[in-house]
Design a binder for this molecule. Structure first.
Ligand SMILES: [Zn+2]
Length: 443
């Protein structure tokens, strides 16, 4: 009887609660299916382009339909199977002038839904205006802002003098080798006659927009030590483990010397060479773990090394060969260079951010025109696709207009505030109209 009563009570409670729950499931007023800049951004964020199975087809088809609604020319290029690249074009009145390219990547890193306050591909907008989604900052925001800015300019009957291109490339998050690298090396790219490009940057927790004039170049370095094996009880010189550990010590000292410069405030993290051990491999496996009374004949360690363009890579190569993995200590090494270090003329991959670069001056002007302030130009600690364009000698600025925003790229609960997103559209309107009407024909 008590059971029946509680069941009835449960049913009654359920009836009371059900309408409320249904109400909660209704879209919030600001999430209704409006066709406005925010909802169009949310729609793009809802397409799951996270690795390892990015849905490039849906993303390209969505962006293509947006481009068509604005009246832009669109073409889908494919340099690797199932890795489409969308190229949009807003033709200028003087196509003989070098064009301007706005690049962003379609893909994103994976997200762990259990660690998020909102599902990472739902693009939930909270009452305080934060839009939560993987890619909200990196870098679907800029991809959509480029389009919205062009939409706005066309509505105001602005006609560019220079041609404006917008590219959406695959695979940036896994190195860009099948995306931007192939695009930059293509006949199609050469035909665009790009004079200046913008690519992604990073959020700024402060009032100033951050700008990046270079990336650091990653090297994956594996060092291997070999030596005669021996009983665990013996002391002898030049065992593999001893040699490897000596190298690890030397490399750690170098790491410390670089880090000290950062700690003393004399350089930013991205301006020094970072050396970080990422794996150690040694020992003879046994059913219970490792054989403990035997010194192995081979030992290996892997390092993630990042080089700023201001450092001579040959000096680092020499250091590896002579100090970190010297042949006289029975050591070998492999350097996997994950991208270009120098441009086609052998110059470091850096874009000038002074008045000798007229594009920089025009860019600065465009930011000032909307009341924006630029922080001191920086080297990006990691890499972007910008390096493939800089390799061709094209000046590229890394820029994602997000001020007063925590840096959440690749983090849990990545979000972007709606007002920051909308301000970014205004910033790009200024950038696109200023750059596309810049008429120094020598550039
Ligand atoms: Zn990115």
């Amino acid at each position: 009887m008590a059971k029946l009563q509680s069941s009835l009570l449960f049913l009654f409670l359920l009836l009371l609660l059900t309408p409320t729950q249904q109400q909660q499931k209704q879209p919030q007023p600001h999430e209704a299916e409006h066709d406005d800049p925010i909802s169009r951004f949310q729609n793009y964020l809802r397409i799951n382009t996270a690795h390892p199975t990015p849905d490039y087809a849906s993303a390209v088809s969505y962006l293509r339909s947006q481009a068509q609604s604005i009246g832009l020319e669109a073409q889908t290029l494919e340099f690797s199977p199932n890795k489409p690249l969308l190229l949009l074009t807003w033709r200028g009145s003087d196509p003989s002038l070098p064009s301007i390219l706005f690049n962003s990547h379609l893909d994103s890193v994976p997200a762990e839904p259990s660690k998020w306050a909102h599902p990472p591909f739902s693009a939930v907008r909270t009452p305080d205006g934060n839009i939560f989604a993987r890619g909200a900052q990196d870098d679907k925001c800029v991809g959509m802002q480029y389009l919205e800015a062009i939409r706005g300019l066309r509505a105001k009957n602005v006609r560019p003098i220079r041609t404006v291109h917008v590219s959406y490339v695959p695979d940036e998050e896994i190195g860009g080798f099948e995306g931007a690298a192939k695009f930059a090396a293509s006949e199609e790219f050469r035909g665009l006659n790009v004079g200046f490009a913008l690519d992604e940057g990073q959020a700024s927790p402060g009032e100033e927009f951050r700008v990046f004039y270079a990336d650091r170049s990653p090297w994956h370095v594996v060092i291997t030590a070999r030596g005669t094996p021996g009983h665990g009880s013996r002391l002898y010189d030049n065992s593999a483990m001893e040699n490897l550990m000596r190298s690890v010590e030397i490399m750690s000292r170098f790491r410390e010397s670089q880090f000290d410069v950062v700690k003393a405030g004399r350089a930013a993290n991205s301006e020094v060479v970072s050396v970080n051990p990422v794996y150690l491999k040694a020992g003879i496996p046994s059913p219970t773990g490792f054989v403990m009374n035997m010194q192995p004949s081979e030992a290996e360690a892997g390092f993630d090394i990042r080089l700023p363009p201001t450092v001579d890579p040959d000096l680092v190569r020499k250091r590896i060969a002579e100090e970190w993995a010297p042949a006289w200590r029975n050591m070998t090494y492999k350097i996997h260079e994950k991208g270009p270090l120098r441009d086609y003329l052998g110059r470091p991959l850096m874009t000038l951010t002074d008045d000798s670069n007229p594009w920089w001056s025009v860019f600065k002007e465009a930011i000032a025109a909307v009341g924006g302030k630029l922080a001191k130009p920086e080297i990006l600690p990691s890499t972007t696709d910008a390096r493939y364009l800089r390799q061709l000698g094209i000046p590229v600025i890394g820029f994602s207009p997000m001020t007063n925003t925590p840096i959440l790229l690749h983090d849990h609960n990545e979000f972007l505030k709606d007002t920051v997103y909308l301000k970014g559209i205004e910033v790009y309107e200024s950038i696109i109209s200023t750059l596309s009407s810049f008429q120094d024909a020598s550039h």
